[in-house]
Design a protein. Structure first.
Length: 265
């Protein structure tokens, strides 16, 4: 792809995102066919925001998530600062084609992790973390049919990043906890129906800490620094929660705290 073709694709994604519209398909010339082209287009989205990115998300950190969007493995996406909201925020369901929320462990970085030839270990990634926070991701795709869009186009579509709730910083000493075994309980309360769902940290690439290291290494291979102050939301530890207008979602992380979001028409 030429830079101009990549820019045209980025324009299509950005415009659809801002309008809440759907893309039926990209023009063949503007369609990425490799992850590298997808990430190059995604990088152009960052420049269309007037703020530095807040951090990064990881999509498809479970086998079920990979099957849902028909990809072969995890994908990195950018969290736009204007799309990061405080605990308890409300979101419109207009244009939300995925119609799910995801309960996630979130790391806030204290030190840069620059690109390098040698892969980062989980221990090195954790050593660069300052805080553990709680989060709810509200993913979405700009594609009307995101299931058949393919991996390269999903990467270009910012790995289905949309809205994000950054909840509280964990108030306890979390480094000694087994995050893989940590249980998470989610409750969806709506006007017509309510339900509950349980999950565990191991649903995220086996451990949220492993997911963090994966993200650092994915960025390293792309020549990107994971920067101090940025957040990394590691993927859903509960099977995605189906939502409709009128729903409230609360996720209970036990001793780590709770985080919530609401959804309107």
């Amino acid at each position: 792809m030429t830079p101009n073709q990549m820019s045209e694709a980025a324009n299509a994604f950005w415009s659809a995102w801002q309008l809440g519209a759907a893309i039926d398909h990209l023009l063949p010339a503007d369609r990425p066919t490799t992850r590298a082209e997808g990430y190059a287009i995604q990088a152009m989205l960052e420049g269309r925001s007037d703020k530095p990115i807040a951090g990064w998300k990881i999509a498809a950190t479970s086998a079920a998530g990979q099957q849902h969007i028909n990809v072969s493995g995890p994908l990195a996406g950018r969290l736009m600062a204007e799309r990061v909201h405080p605990d308890g925020s409300a979101f419109s369901m207009k244009g939300n084609r995925m119609a799910v929320t995801e309960a996630e462990f979130v790391f806030r970085m204290a030190r840069d992790m620059p690109p390098r030839a040698k892969a980062y270990s989980v221990e090195e990634a954790l050593a660069a973390v300052g805080d553990l926070c709680l989060g709810i991701e509200v993913p979405n795709s700009r594609f009307a049919d995101f299931v058949t869009a393919g991996e390269a186009q999903i990467v270009a579509d910012n790995a289905c990043a949309h809205e994000f709730v950054l909840g509280p910083t964990v108030p306890v000493t979390w480094r000694d906890l087994d995050l893989a075994a940590h249980r998470v309980h989610a409750t969806v309360t709506g006007t017509a129906r309510s339900y509950q769902r349980d999950g565990v940290g191991a649903n995220v690439l086996g451990d949220p800490r492993i997911a963090l290291a994966w993200l650092a290494n994915e960025l390293s291979q792309l020549g990107i620094t994971l920067r101090a102050g940025q957040i990394v939301t590691t993927g859903t530890c509960v099977v995605p929660l189906e939502i409709v207008a009128g729903d409230s979602v609360q996720v209970d992380f036990g001793v780590l705290g709770t985080v919530s979001a609401r959804f309107t028409a």
